[in-house]
Design a protein around this ligand. Structure first.
Ligand code: ADP
Ligand code: MG
Length: 728
């Protein structure tokens, strides 16, 4: 007998048939995107050239050109059945926002026509005044604008043409994730191109690349309806562990369950139509946990694609009676979900584009080492800032929990590269290299590709690992918008490359040869960055101690970690590079505190509701049935009843004690919440929530999870872990 109709439903569900795509993937890939091919088809050659120029140089489009593009976009979208358009943007809520407008314009004579002009394409005023602004829009001028980002192509979702845009205030301050990201990419391009000039004069543009890996859980929708915690907070606030979960690692890379596979095929098809180049799917460590990854792309586009994918997954899952859980930690005791951000730099020269891939000549390898060492130094300089970008209520459950990297930022490069760096440190001494030393060094760096080819040592416990031709930032949470960590990395790297060039140029003008100057600056950086390089086990307790000795910060909770992104040093970095002003940085910090506190507030409320309305009544009902049994025994055995009901009396007592503690803790937690809510600033509130409210979560949960093991299975009101995780 199953305990719920919901469970019954979920057991009986069959994989949904997916309509197979008509042809090969290449026949429908990107068909819902206004990509270069469609642009060429719908735009005059001159307009196309003008648009390409504007994308490459970041220059403004003329009004006439934007009108032509709008009209081409409309014609293309209508040919695909679109009736509406929207400016699609990424406000600081973390998800995407859209406000649809119809193409048609009514005329006086009662007829109408379809219209969409350059003004509507380029700029909109969606108002959207309820989206977070951190005080930026509380002034007399509260208007918010969206403005077209021509570097990310428009696409069709359903019957709506979606135009990727930035979201800014009337006064020009960014209110979204995209604008700072675009600015960081712009300055990084310039700084990296300048450094590339030492090695290859043909390089005129450098882009950052991002390949994300999205982890998620699937749970049958009908079970979610019976779990208010999953429905409202995205994670289970209660639930005793299942006797079997991930101990056997039998889910990891196992054969994908049929229903999950049907869902994957479906959302992958939709993604591919939207030009999201998804290629990889597999089971993850926890039961019902999966991963999806695309081919990497230019960073801004990759961020848009990830935001779009998360949205698509949730929509498509509904068709399959699944809910996608993107939360970083839906289940206690099981691995949570992350979103590895693979990051590199790509130059526009014809050969050997990836700046973090070793080449096969000493010259390309010196370029490789330059970018490698500069990345290490950049992360060392701004480790706090980078750490702050992955702070979130959900990620607090993951970082440092021995399943994901710790909250301490360190870099893994592998033993082979460590040897190469040690070599440079030893051989380069400040004075010019002797010809012999130079040859030896060059010979050594000439061997890098061979070394890396056999280099299979990978360290899964490192938050920031070099993996052969890119860095993999593994601390990002599964719900995160990648733009935030990417902006930080790009900004830190830009500043680093500017400093590097300055130091090298100074040495060159003091008479040093270019290669000697580069080696000398790299050597200084290698020495200076040592404390952040760590090859050992990032999950071990020893590392926590060792990191403290090295002076690396370990800030496990978001209330404190978020502030690392608003320090004077970060404000100076971002404002000097024109990525964000001090006001923007501080506003964002306030928004993060607000959002974080609200998440904890919702969890605390849901927990109290569930404990008082769902759990306690059921526990008392079961206790009453035991009391009835004891009474029955008394009827039968008279005063001897105590001899045969000892156990029952113990259980009755245990239920009373546990219920009593739950009620008491809920009461105390509610009082703490009231106190926290009365505090002045979002920062004080988020600290109070972390220190005084959140501490009750585990206390209440402990009692409730014990009750789950006592109360009759048939009466327990919530689907259990084994049911949530093992129903297919
Ligand atoms: P895993 O971490 O699961 O072992 P990989 O290390 O192979 O997987 O990482 C795969 C991811 O790295 C993919 O998303 C891929 O697109 C991305 N990737 C590969 N090369 C680059 C690059 N040059 N820049 C950015 N991302 C890259
Ligand atoms: Mg990975």
């Amino acid at each position: 007998m199953l305990r719920f109709k919901a469970l019954d439903d979920s057991f009986n569900r069959r994989p949904q048939e997916v309509v197979p795509p008509k042809d090969k993937i290449s026949d429908y890939f990107g068909e819902h995107v206004f990509n270069y091919a469609s642009m060429k088809q719908y735009l005059s050659a001159e307009a196309f050239k003008g648009l390409m120029h504007s994308i490459d140089s970041g220059s403004r489009l003329s009004r006439s050109l934007s009108n032509q593009i709008a009209s081409a976009m409309k014609a293309w979208a209508m040919s695909k059945g679109a009736t509406h358009y929207t400016h699609w943007f990424q406000p600081l809520t973390g998800r995407t926002a859209e406000k649809h407008d119809a193409f048609y314009t009514p005329l006086n004579d009662g007829s109408s026509f379809e219209s969409f002009d350059g003004d509507q394409l380029v700029q909109q005023e969606p108002d959207a005044s309820s989206l977070p602004s951190g005080g930026i829009r509380n002034t007399f001028e509260a208007r918010g604008y969206t403005a077209w980002d021509p570097t990310s192509p428009a696409f069709i979702l359903g019957k709506t043409l979606c135009i990727p845009t930035i979201f800014v205030s009337y006064t020009g301050e960014s209110l979204d994730y995209k604008m700072p990201l675009l600015r960081s990419l712009h300055v990084l391009d310039k700084a990296a191109t300048d450094v590339c000039q030492y090695f290859d004069k043909n390089i005129t543009k450098v882009t950052a690349t991002l390949g994300w890996e999205q982890e998620y859980f699937l749970v049958d929708s009908s079970l979610i309806e019976a779990r208010p915690d999953l429905a409202l907070t995205g994670r289970t606030l209660f639930g005793h562990s299942s006797s079997k979960d991930q101990q056997l690692s039998d889910h990891y890379f196992g054969s994908i369950p049929e229903r999950a596979l049907a869902f994957m095929k479906d959302f992958e098809q939709e993604s591919l139509r939207l030009g999201i180049p998804v290629t990889t799917r597999h089971n993850e460590v926890a039961p019902n946990q999966f991963e999806c990854a695309p081919v990497f792309e230019e960073c801004n586009l990759a961020v848009d694609h990830n935001q779009l994918l998360m949205d698509l997954m949730e929509k498509v899952a509904k068709r399959h009676n699944f809910n996608v859980l993107l939360h970083e930690k839906p289940f206690k005791g099981l691995n949570g979900s992350g979103k590895h951000n693979n990051w590199s730099l790509s130059a526009n020269s014809s050969k050997h584009k990836n700046l973090l891939a070793p080449g096969n000549t000493p010259k390309t390898n010196l370029r490789f080492l330059t970018f490698l060492v500069n990345t290490i130094k950049a992360v060392k300089e701004y480790d706090d800032y980078i750490r702050s970008t992955v702070a979130s209520a959900g990620n607090d459950h993951r970082l440092g929990a021995h399943e994901a990297p710790p909250a301490i930022l360190s870099i893994f490069i592998g033993s082979q590269l460590t040897r190469v760096l040690n070599d440079i440190e030893k051989k380069v001494k400040g004075e010019a290299l002797t010809p012999d030393e130079k040859t030896e060094l060059k010979l050594n760096i000439g061997k890098i590709p061979e070394i890396l080819l056999d280099n299979t040592d990978r360290n899964r416990t490192s938050p920031f690992a070099f993996t052969g031709n890119k860095f993999e930032f593994r601390a990002v949470g599964s719900t995160a918008n990648c733009a935030e960590p990417m902006t930080a990395l790009n900004a830190a790297m830009t500043k680093q490359l500017i400093d590097f060039k300055k130091s090298v140029d100074e040495l060159i003008s003091s008479g040093k040869k270019k290669d000697d100057a580069i080696f000398e600056v790299l050597r200084d950086y290698i020495i200076d960055s040592k404390k952040i390089l760590f090859e050992g086990n990032g999950y071990g307790e020893e590392w926590v101690k060792e990191a403290e000795k090295r002076g690396l910060k370990n800030i496990p909770t978001s209330d404190k970690a978020m502030d690392l992104g608003a320090s004077d040093k970060v404000v100076e970095l971002l404002s000097s590079l024109d990525i964000m002003t001090k006001r923007e940085v501080l506003a964002r910090n306030e928004i993060s505190h607000e959002g974080y506190k609200m998440k904890l507030q919702i969890e605390s409320r849901v927990m109290a509701d569930m404990a008082l309305n769902h759990i306690i009544p059921v526990a008392l009902k079961y206790q009453n049935s035991l009391i009835d049994s004891v009474r029955g025994l008394k009827d039968i055995y008279g005063l001897d009843y105590k001899n045969c009901s000892g156990d029952l009396l113990c259980i009755i007592e245990e239920i009373s004690e546990r219920v009593g503690r739950v009620r008491q803790f809920v009461h105390e937690m509610t009082e703490e919440r009231k106190k926290a809510n009365a505090l002045e600033s979002p920062r004080e509130q988020s600290v109070a929530y972390t220190e005084n409210v959140k501490s009750y979560f585990s206390k209440i949960r402990y009692e409730v999870d014990k009750l789950e093991m006592i109360v009759d299975n048939a009466d327990w009101p919530l689907p259990k872990y084994r049911e949530l995780l093992f129903t297919r």
